[in-house]
Each structure stands twice: as structure tokens, then as C-alpha cells.
Design a protein around this ligand. Structure first.
Ligand code: SF4
Ligand code: SF4
Length: 489
């Protein structure tokens, strides 16, 4: 590693550590995440960004711990190794953009690998640097039409989820001609898993009765069941169904409500909700994230003020409220109030278990479960609560797979990234296939479908999947659905 590039941060727009000296390996202190200084005009200064990219890439070049995490680091290291000097200074700047393109902001390098994260004086926050680079590009060049459409989960869902239209869209999406059209118009890879649309949304299925007293019809109005609070939970929750959960996996919300209510936890829906903003964040569209924050947070803040905790069935959406929005809006009291009362569903149930309030009178065992832990759950730093709960079910063993599935928002469906996405996810599919378990699941339903899409090749490698010997990949399940099954409700 050449030594003439500074290792301590100099660029503005990226919150710096308190000291610029040192440089010792690792840190004994817990990692600190600095807020993103995205409202500062200096954040969008391209020269300062390039300087910061050079500084951090130089540190990564000398470290290389993250070579196997995703395709961003191999893209960087290959570009350096292809130069005559083998040094970062010889790499053309256009290669920097290729590194940025390969990052899907999973946060795993920051949370699990990097010894130079703050409070280390080198202040390396690789995902936040990638986010800054995406934001600078979005600000100066705008978003591509394809990216705007793929990130418009609500608008697409609203149209594709209309009765009859949903059936047509699903049928077209299943056909070779439809996939060819999607590939041509939106650059969606023909083999990538794409969501199914439901006209009977989660909000319709859960019904007006769960909309809270102000929104319930007079005929249905009635007192909400009493809640039993604990030291850490209030015992009543508002379900943020999420745009994906509402139109693409409505059963998830039904299963969550059934399991929570079986455990004496009243569940209600927010009167209205918009996308959490994660697809916009992944594009660097921070103004778009801010607009969605303005739509969601006042309603959620009101609910927390009224004594509800917030749960959502998709880890990325939970992470948005727990971590990403608080880092983007550190001075927003509403965002901080929502952060403090937002939970992963299994985190919530295990907190109830700690207080002796989780029912363990299971009616059915699950046998062997292959359980994939999605990156956006791992970075919540709450431990493996889904595994812990499933293990409480008699006659159930859980094999945990802690590796990226390679789906990661829209990364895994885009034609140009599909090969890299499949390469990242293949070891997970191989583990699932070899386990031959009775069930396989992921807290992230999109990761589950990514694994399903890669299982065919894994079975082709001679592995067993325990699907009755048909050779056809079984569909993934969700841990909430498995839990409901074990309760027999
Ligand atoms: S945040 Fe995730 S995708 Fe981005 S560089 Fe780190 S590990 Fe790779
Ligand atoms: S992000 Fe940190 S751990 Fe990963 S290669 Fe860069 S310096 Fe090393």
C-alpha cells in the first residue's frame, strides 16, 4: 500500500472522528455510526467526494478483508490489480463509479468486518461513502427512468394490484414473452425472481376492524382488547404493513396479526402508510427518502404517542425506521420517537418471552428448518431472535445460514447485476439444498424468493432438497408463517 494518501478524513460532508491521529489496528470500543451530513452543500462537492473515495479505497486496498462480501470490493481490487503499478493512483476514476454501482448498502462491511470504523481515527464508513457517491450522482445527473420505475413500489403496486389487472400482470410476468418485454423495457433479468401482485391486499385482509377507533365504522367500533405491558414492550402494536407486504406478500401481515393476537398483543394498522423509502435510499435519492419520511413519520409518531409499538414484517423497512432515517434526520424528534419504539417482530416476541408472556403451547413441530438471516436483520444487532423462537418449538431444529442471498433490493433483478447477484447467493442455495430440511425460510421474503430462484442449479449439482424427490424447488416459507403453523392457528 502506498503511503502518500492521507488515511485520516479530510473531506467535508462526511462526519469525522474526533481525533485524526493513531491508526492502530481495530478498536476496543463499539462501532459508532455518525449521522450523514447530507443537507450540507459540501456533501455534493464532487472533488471532495473523489478525495474521500481515494482515501478510503487506499485503506481498503491495504486491508482487503471484505473481498468476499459482495461484488463492490472485488471490482475495486481487480481495477487496482489490473494497473501496471498495482496502486490505486493508477486506476481510472470511471472505475470508482463501477465500485459504487456494485454496492447495495447492506452495511455488512461496516457492521461485521471493518476494524477502521469510528471511533477509529481513520473513520471508514464504506456504505455511507457509497451512499454519498450515489446521492451526488442522483443530484447532478438525475435518476434513470428504469431506476425510477423499479423504485416506485407503491405506484407500480397500485396499478398492478387492481383486480383483474393483477391476474393479467402476474400471467404476463410468468410468460417468456412478458419476461422478454420486462428485460427490454426495464432491464429486468429474465431469470430474476419478480413479485406476484395480489388485489386482496394485506390491508383489505386485515380489515377495517384493525384501523383503530377513529377509522373504524360505527358498527364495528368497539374497545380494543387490554394490553399487558412489560419493561421493554407496551403490549399493543401498530403494524406497518409495508408496500411490498401489502400487495406482494399479504399473508405475512395476516400471519403476524394471528401470532401476535394469539399471544394477547392487540394489533392495529396505521390509517395510511407509504413506502418506507429504502428503494429510494438505494438509489441515493435522499430527497425522495425525505418526502416519504414526511408522509410516514407523523402518523407513526402519533401512534407511538398513543401507546403503540411499531412492527413491520420486512427487515429492510424495520431498519429504515430504526437506523437509516435516524442517521439522515438526527434532529427530527418524530423520527427519533419512532426509532425508539420500532421492533422486528421476532425481537418483540422474544422480549415478551423474557417477561413470561409468550405462549409456548405449540400444537405442531416443524422438524428441520433451514433459516437464512438477511443482512438487514443482521445489522440491526439484535441477535438471532427468529432462530431462538423457532427453537422453542418442540421437535424443531434450526440450521442458520448467515450469508448474503444476493437479492438486495433491486440489485438482484437488474440484468447487469444478475450474474454477480447469483454468484453471491449460490452458497446460500447450496446450503439449503444440502440440508434437505422440511422447511426453508428467510425473514426477508425477497431473499427467500432469491434462494428459490437459485435452488434449481443447486439441485442440479446433485444436492437433495427434501421436496418429495421431484427435483423442483419448493417455495420458501416465512418464519411468521411457520410459527403460526406450529401454534395451529
Ligand atoms: S455495504 Fe454491503 S454491498 Fe456495500 S460495499 Fe459493504 S458489504 Fe458490499
Ligand atoms: S471496508 Fe474496512 S474491512 Fe473492508 S476492505 Fe475496507 S478497510 Fe478493510
Amino acid at each position: 500500500m502506498s503511503s502518500d494518501l492521507p488515511r485520516a478524513p479530510a473531506a467535508s460532508g462526511q462526519a469525522a472522528g474526533t481525533s485524526l491521529g493513531g491508526g492502530r489496528e481495530g478498536s476496543l470500543e463499539a462501532p459508532t455510526r455518525h449521522p450523514l451530513d447530507w443537507l450540507n452543500p459540501a456533501f455534493y462537492d464532487e472533488a471532495a467526494l473523489t478525495q474521500e473515495l481515494e482515501r478510503v479505497f487506499e485503506i481498503c486496498h491495504g486491508c482487503r478483508r471484505c473481498f468476499s462480501l459482495c461484488n463492490a470490493f472485488p471490482t475495486l481490487f481487480d481495477a487496482i490489480d489490473a494497473t501496471a503499478t498495482g496502486e490505486l493512483q493508477s486506476v481510472e476514476k470511471k472505475s470508482f463509479a463501477e465500485v459504487v454501482d456494485q454496492c447495495y448498502l447492506c452495511d455488512m462491511c461496516f457492521m461485521t468486518k471493518c476494524p477502521y470504523v469510528p471511533p477509529h481515527p481513520w473513520n471508514v464508513d464504506f456504505p455511507h461513502l457509497m451512499l454519498r457517491a450515489k446521492a451526488v450522482r442522483a443530484k447532478h445527473e438525475g435518476l434513470r427512468l428504469r431506476d425510477r420505475v423499479l423504485a416506485s413500489t407503491e405506484a407500480v403496486g397500485r396499478i398492478a394490484g387492481i383486480p383483474v389487472v393483477a391476474e393479467v400482470v402476474n400471467a404476463v410476468n410468468r410468460s417468456a414473452a412478458g419476461r422478454a418485454l420486462l428485460a427490454k423495457t426495464l432491464g429486468v433479468h429474465p431469470e430474476a425472481p419478480i413479485p406476484v401482485y395480489h388485489s386482496r391486499t394485506a390491508r383489505k385482509r386485515l380489515g377495517a376492524a384493525r384501523l383503530g377507533a377513529a377509522q373504524r365504522s360505527a358498527a364495528r367500533r368497539g374497545p380494543e382488547p387490554a394490553a399487558t405491558p412489560t419493561e421493554t414492550t407496551r403490549g399493543r402494536v401498530a403494524l406497518f404493513a409495508t408496500c411490498y407486504g401489502n400487495r406482494n406478500e399479504p399473508r405475512l401481515a395476516e400471519d403476524l396479526a394471528a401470532v401476535f393476537e394469539h399471544n394477547g398483543i392487540p394489533v392495529r394498522l396505521a390509517a395510511r402508510e407509504r413506502c418506507c423509502g429504502m428503494p429510494r435510499l438505494e438509489l441515493g435519492d435522499l430527497d425522495g427518502v425525505a418526502r416519504l419520511k414526511e408522509a410516514n413519520v407523523p402518523e407513526l409518531e402519533q401512534l407511538t404517542g398513543a401507546g403503540y409499538d411499531i412492527v413491520a414484517p420486512i427487515p429492510s423497512c424495520v431498519l429504515m425506521f430504526k437506523q437509516e432515517l435516524p442517521l439522515l434526520f438526527p434532529g427530527d424528534a418524530g423520527v427519533q420517537a419512532v426509532r425508539a419504539r420500532t421492533f422486528d417482530p421476532f425481537e418483540y416476541l422474544m422480549l415478551r418471552h423474557r417477561a413470561g408472556l409468550l405462549r409456548t403451547d405449540f400444537k405442531a413441530s416443524l422438524g428441520k428448518v433451514s433459516y437464512h438471516v438477511p443482512c438487514h436483520l443482521r445489522v440491526q444487532n439484535i441477535g438471532l431472535k427468529t432462530r431462538d423462537l423457532l427453537k422453542l418449538i418442540p421437535g424443531t431444529t434450526v440450521e442458520v445460514i448467515e450469508r448474503c442471498s444476493g437479492h438486495d433490493g433491486t440489485y438482484g433483478v437488474k440484468r447487469e447485476f444478475r450474474a454477480a447477484s447469483a454468484k453471491i447467493g449460490r452458497p446460500v442455495a447450496e446450503r439449503v439444498a444440502k440440508a434437505g430440511a422440511d422447511h426453508y425460510c428467510s425473514d426477508c421474503p425477497m431473499a427467500g424468493h432469491q434462494i428459490e430462484s437459485l435452488l434449481g442449479a443447486a439441485i442440479g449439482h446433485g444436492a437433495a432438497i427434501g421436496n418429495g424427490g421431484t427435483g423442483t424447488p419448493r417455495a420458501p416459507e416465512h418464519p411468521l408463517s411457520l410459527l403460526r403453523m406450529a401454534y395451529g392457528i
